[in-house]
Design a protein around this ligand. Structure first.
Ligand code: FES
Length: 128
């Protein structure tokens, strides 16, 4: 937790500033694609933490993502979808697409995902 007084005179990015103009940030697009929210109460904080999770390189495994995101409470328990969205956004930032093969891993009871083998035209790219 960071108090506002602790960041005085420093630049702060909020959920309103994370997207580039009219294009969603890959994390925002992935949250939509993966239904990573229900009521939406926690979503702004989840997205901002997810952006930091990726930027700081804590996406090596589902467990690492869960550990980094553990400070964000979701009363709707959308955690599996949130982690899947983060993993998808990592793939998108590496040239993939947030529309990633997905499915429920019945053995482990959680979402699995893997990047698309070939980057496709992203919905995030400006239309030409
Ligand atoms: S989506 Fe409802 S609290 Fe997270």
């Amino acid at each position: 937790m960071t108090l506002a007084a602790m960041v005085r005179d420093r630049e702060v990015t909020t959920i309103e500033g994370v997207a580039a103009h009219v294009n969603l940030h890959p994390v925002q697009a992935a949250f939509i694609e993966y239904d990573a929210f229900q009521c939406g109460y926690c979503t702004a904080g989840q997205v901002m933490s997810a952006v930091a999770c990726i930027a700081e390189g804590h996406t090596g495994s589902d467990e690492e993502i869960a550990e980094f995101m553990s400070g964000n409470i979701c009363r709707c328990a959308a955690y599996p979808q949130i982690r899947a969205a983060i993993a998808a956004a990592v793939g998108a930032e590496r040239g993939g697409d947030v529309r990633i093969r997905r499915g429920l891993d019945a053995r482990r009871g959680r979402w699995r995902c893997s990047p698309s083998p070939a980057p496709r035209r992203s919905r995030l790219a400006p239309s030409s």
